[in-house]
Design a protein around this ligand. Structure first.
Ligand code: HEC
Ligand code: HEC
Length: 332
């Protein structure tokens, strides 16, 4: 009796949950992206994946100073979080690419990341796995399973990640999500400590998307620019080879933005990183050379003050408040 009266309701509910085919394909693509992202079969050593260096449980970073790829090969850079891609105007610490799909292809063949011989090889590996072949067929709507399909899937996954809302964002919407101490820290961040000059408030990631020097790692490259430029020229013939060189050659990596612009003023310049989730992304800076958030703040206060010609002196209490504010940018 009960069952018969409930039946129409159940039918109605299931009818409502039927989404249109295009939405279903988009969701299927994003699910495929999630699988590819953590699939070690797409690496040359069979045990490394994107998630090895971009761990979803660590705000898509790896907790290492510099990343270690297939066959234990160390790279030259610290893995950035991938939770803020939609706020980025260019990709990688030196902004050498501005196309997301091109960016997503590079790790597959970088010798210090997934180390595959070619992207065609990766596409073939995916095609040879029956479940991928079947599931891609369902979502591609007649398109072929090629490199674009792979990056479409990964991009769909990364663009649809649930980024959550941190307390700073909640506070911006009104309300009292920040404690008194954190509010004082925010005032310092925007005022006396001058952080907001580059870590732009109002944008969720707190970055101006520009490139600045921090005096980090730079001493390693200075004085050797000419020979380094020759190495870059050799690699520049192919963009992926330039990326590979940067991840293999510490000295070239330290040239930062210069590699792309060739302007002397850009030597050692790096993109202002996102500060969202910053308490969860240690160690810090492009080379992971700063182990804790406290030290990163100390360093920023010191160098940014020197660089702008206006040294910043905060009291111990103020430093604590600034740090408290930075902690409010992470999801608990
Ligand atoms: C060995 C570790 C490692 C692996 C494996 C790896 N990455 Fe990364 N990833 C990094 C590092 C390090 C950087 C920064 C490189 C640079 O700035 O030159 C980076 C940068 C990126 C960026 C640019 C982020 C930004 O803010 O500009 C994206 C996107 C990305 N990786 C996606 C992926 C995807 C997708 C995969 C798998 C196909 C992958 N990565 C595999 C370490 C890794
Ligand atoms: C002139 C621009 C500029 C100013 C001002 C500035 N920053 Fe930065 N910040 C950067 C850049 C660029 C980096 C990356 C440097 C690198 O890796 O070489 C960075 C890195 C950081 C990092 C490390 C983040 C990570 O994921 O590695 C923290 C934390 C940070 N800044 C906090 C602050 C604070 C706090 C202030 C104010 C005291 C401040 N910054 C002022 C540009 C700036």
């Amino acid at each position: 009796m009960r069952i018969t009266t409930l039946l129409p309701v159940a039918l109605l509910l299931s009818a409502c949950s039927i989404t249109n085919p295009a939405d279903e394909r988009a969701q299927g693509l994003s699910r495929l992206g999630e699988q590819l992202f953590s699939d070690p079969r797409l690496s040359a050593d069979g045990i490394t994946s994107c998630a090895s260096c971009h761990d979803p449980l660590r705000a898509f970073t790896d907790g290492r100073k510099i990343s270690v790829g297939a066959f234990g090969r160390p790279s030259t850079r610290n893995a950035p979080s991938l939770l803020d891609l939609e706020d980025m105007e260019s990709f990688f610490w030196d902004g050498r690419l501005d196309d997301l799909h091109e960016t997503l292809l590079q790790p597959f063949t970088a010798p210090n990341e997934l180390a595959n011989p070619s992207i065609d090889h990766v596409v073939q590996v995916v095609k040879d796995i029956p479940s991928y072949r079947r599931d891609f067929q369902k979502v591609l709507n007649g398109r072929s399973l090629d490199e674009r399909a792979l990056t479409d899937a990964i991009a769909a996954y990364l663009e649809n990640l649930d980024r959550g809302t941190n307390r700073y964002e909640l506070a911006q919407e009104g309300g009292s999500a920040l404690s008194a101490e954190e509010k004082r820290g925010l005032a310092l961040f925007e005022g006396k400590a001058q952080c907001a000059a580059c870590h732009t408030p109002g944008t969720t990631a707190l970055t101006d998307n520009q490139f600045h020097h921090a005096g980090i790692g730079f001493e390693r490259a200075s004085g050797r620019i000419k020979s380094l430029v020759e190495r870059i020229d050799d690699a520049q013939r192919s963009r992926s080879q330039l990326g590979n060189l940067i991840l293999e050659d510490e000295e070239v990596a330290e040239l930062g933005r210069f590699v792309t612009t060739r302007k002397a003023a850009d030597i050692g310049g790096f993109r202002t990183p996102a500060l969202r989730n910053v308490a969860n992304t240690a160690p810090y800076m492009h080379d992971g050379s700063v182990p804790t958030l406290e030290e990163a703040v100390d360093r920023e206060l010191y160098y940014r003050g020197i660089a702008s010609g206006r040294p910043i002196a905060l009291t111990v209490d103020e430093q604590r408040q600034l740090l408290a504010f930075l902690h409010s940018l992470s999801l608990e």
